[in-house]
Design a protein around this ligand. Structure first.
Ligand SMILES: Nc1ncnc2c1ncn2[C@@H]1O[C@H](COP(=O)(O)OP(=O)(O)O)[C@@H](O)[C@H]1O
Ligand SMILES: [Mg+2]
Length: 285
């Protein structure tokens, strides 16, 4: 496996998001599904965390609870060490200033009838920039676009459907760059883009973390990507964390049978897409 950039140890650092016995069940009786089953976690400020598991392991359900879009059936989630209060629309909006998401399909997150610049303008307004001068708003949007290697001047007056999947996903990252949440949750953000864009997007997420110190929670079925990008990994099987820890320790010295099986699939990934070329691909663009 290719060696990833410097990894950091965040244990003991300030906590960002924690979970205690977080559980979500759907249905009742014979139809009951325990999608997330008593998981515990501590995500730290500035940490790049991956949650890795196959389809159906509970990743999206956990994401929705982290985002406050769904309540746990049992257990609790703490934001910066305190229980979250999501009891009103206003309190939810307050929470969403601290946590934002990008999803698998970037097109689903946009109103297709809104031009690109209005998407970015909304972010500036949400961050309290409504009264900034037009020039200052353009400067901020230009800076956000150049962070993700897009040219603002070429995007103004375009609609989302005029961009490629990779460009759209980069625009999503530009949005996050403007919104500057404490936490970014990225649920399979690269699964619908080609390998070249994938490498670029992964490196942009790392830059975003380095530049802003935000916590990134990266959700993936691909343990190779998790190895490439994360400080810490949580391996999820049937709604449980079967193993977690520093990416190198968990992936190079797996203990759980499930982790070993996920890793045994990686050589196939290498044939399709050699992780060692990731940096080269990113620079080409
Ligand atoms: N709204 C729902 N109602 C009933 N079952 C659900 C619902 N959402 C997810 N599930 C079930 O919960 C389990 C975990 O799903 P999900 O969180 O989507 O996993 P993943 O994102 O890892 O593929 C699956 O068995 C799925 O069928
Ligand atoms: Mg999912």
């Amino acid at each position: 496996m290719s060696e990833k950039k410097e990894r950091r140890d965040f244990s003991g650092g300030p906590l960002c998001l924690s979970g205690r016995n977080v559980t979500k069940t759907f249905g009742m009786g014979d139809k009951k599904t325990v999608a997330v089953d008593h998981v515990n976690f501590d995500f730290h400020e500035g940490e790049f965390v991956s949650i890795v598991g196959e389809s159906g392991s509970g990743k999206t359900t956990l994401s929705k609870m982290l985002l406050g879009l769904m309540n746990p059936t049992e257990g609790e989630i703490l934001f910066e060490g305190r229980a979250r209060d999501l009891s009103s629309a206003r309190k939810k909006r307050e929470y969403w200033k601290g946590i934002q998401a990008i999803f698998q399909d970037p097109f689903s997150s946009f109103n297709v009838f809104h031009k690109i610049d209005s998407v970015l303008l909304d972010c500036i307004n949400m961050r309290g920039g409504r009264n900034l001068s037009h020039e200052e708003k353009v400067r901020l949007m230009t800076e956000a676009c150049s962070f993700v290697n897009l040219k603002f001047a070429e995007l103004t007056n375009k609609y989302p459907f005029e961009l490629s999947g990779g460009q759209m996903q980069r625009l999503m990252i530009a949005r996050i760059f403007l919104l500057k949440p404490r936490i970014l949750l990225a649920d399979e953000p690269t699964s619908m883009v080609d390998a070249c864009s994938r490498a670029t997007i992964l490196d942009m997420l790392l830059d975003l973390r380095d530049e802003t110190g935000m916590t990134i929670i990266f959700i993936t079925h691909d343990i190779g990507l998790a190895y490439y990008i994360s400080d810490t990994v949580y391996i999820m099987e049937h709604g449980r964390f079967v193993e977690s820890g520093k990416a190198d320790e968990v992936i190079l010295h797996p203990k759980a049978a499930y982790t070993k099986r996920l890793i045994s699939d990686v050589p196939k990934i290498h044939e399709e897409w050699d992780l060692s070329t990731v940096d080269l691909l990113a620079k080409e663009e």
